[in-house]
Design a protein around this ligand. Structure first.
Ligand SMILES: Nc1ncnc2c1ncn2[C@@H]1O[C@H](COP(=O)(O)OP(=O)(O)OP(=O)(O)O)[C@@H](O)[C@H]1O
Ligand SMILES: [Mg+2]
Length: 252
């Protein structure tokens, strides 16, 4: 089984508010249509929330949980926006012949202090064994300590990646960059020295789940080869899913 994550930075305009990048969504769906026709069906797709998630979490002040009625309404609105993005992704996949079905993590996952503690994966496994493509996404998830909290697509990747032979993450950059150059590999040993090259904290459009650095932290715990590649170049994602090489950062 492979896990593919398509980042919110490739599916949406993260500098805007709830703006999908329909062209990229369709070109990625077209690429996955070819991969699917080529026989790769043992796949779970996870996608990020991009501008349908992060700015709403900031707007409704959901970074540290959900307590007040205003925050509850904000969490419901954020879930609804993330689901809307997922419907767009799934419609694109369907139009290229993939029987993709979106499953809301808000109904399947449970967190404690922003970390997943349980996930009802039966619907995911049922869909997989019936030949469908299950699609999960960054979403608001019930949290025993915080009421409800944002669960990033990256955290779902870390949950499902442990059972995968390979994890591929598409985003809007070629991989992890250090002084403009692509870092070929990150492991626990070189991570501290690479850390100084992460610049998410300074960006105006905050990624509420830690940006690139948060992503690497999730991936280092998986114990499976994880490739970060540019999803604005769908042929690179295609090559990696077919077990071929492509410009990317390997995290292992
Ligand atoms: N050293 C770095 N190398 C590469 N990208 C970096 C680095 N430091 C910060 N970034 C930022 O990390 C971003 C990718 O992470 P981000 O979490 O925003 O994307 P995503 O996973 O595609 O989106 P989402 O979280 O919505 O799914 C890039 O757009 C880039 O601006
Ligand atoms: Mg992110």
């Amino acid at each position: 089984m492979q896990v593919l994550k398509l980042g919110g930075s490739a599916l949406t305009d993260k500098t805007a508010y709830m703006k999908a990048d329909e062209r990229n969504i369709l070109s990625l769906a077209g690429m996955l249509g070819r991969v699917w026709k080529g026989g790769v069906h043992d796949l779970i797709l996870i996608h990020g929330a991009g501008s349908f998630g992060h700015p709403l979490v900031v707007k409704y002040k959901l970074q540290n949980g959900v307590k007040t009625p205003e925050q509850m309404l904000g969490a419901a609105i954020t879930h609804s926006a993330c689901s809307r993005l997922s419907e767009m992704v799934v419609s694109g996949l369907n139009s290229y012949g993939i029987p993709a079905v979106s499953l809301p993590p808000s109904l399947l996952g449970h967190m404690e202090n922003k970390r997943l503690t349980r996930f009802n994966r039966k619907p995911v496994d049922d869909l997989l064994s019936l030949g469908y493509l299950p699609v999960l996404y960054g979403d608001m998830v019930p949290d025993t300590k915080l009421g409800c909290a944002a669960c990033s697509g990256d955290q779902l990747v870390s949950w499902f990646g442990k059972d995968a032979e390979r994890v591929v993450l598409g985003t809007n950059v070629d991989g992890v960059l250090a002084e403009g150059k692509l870092v070929p590999e990150i492991n626990k040993k070189n991570f501290p020295s690479i850390s100084k090259h992460f610049s998410d904290k300074e960006t105006k459009h905050a990624d509420v789940t830690g940006g690139m650095e948060g992503k690497i932290r999730e991936l280092l715990g998986i114990g499976k080869p994880c490739y970060i590649a540019n999803a604005l170049r769908p042929e690179r994602i295609e090559a990696l899913l077919m077990g071929k090489s492509a410009p990317s950062t390997l995290v292992k």
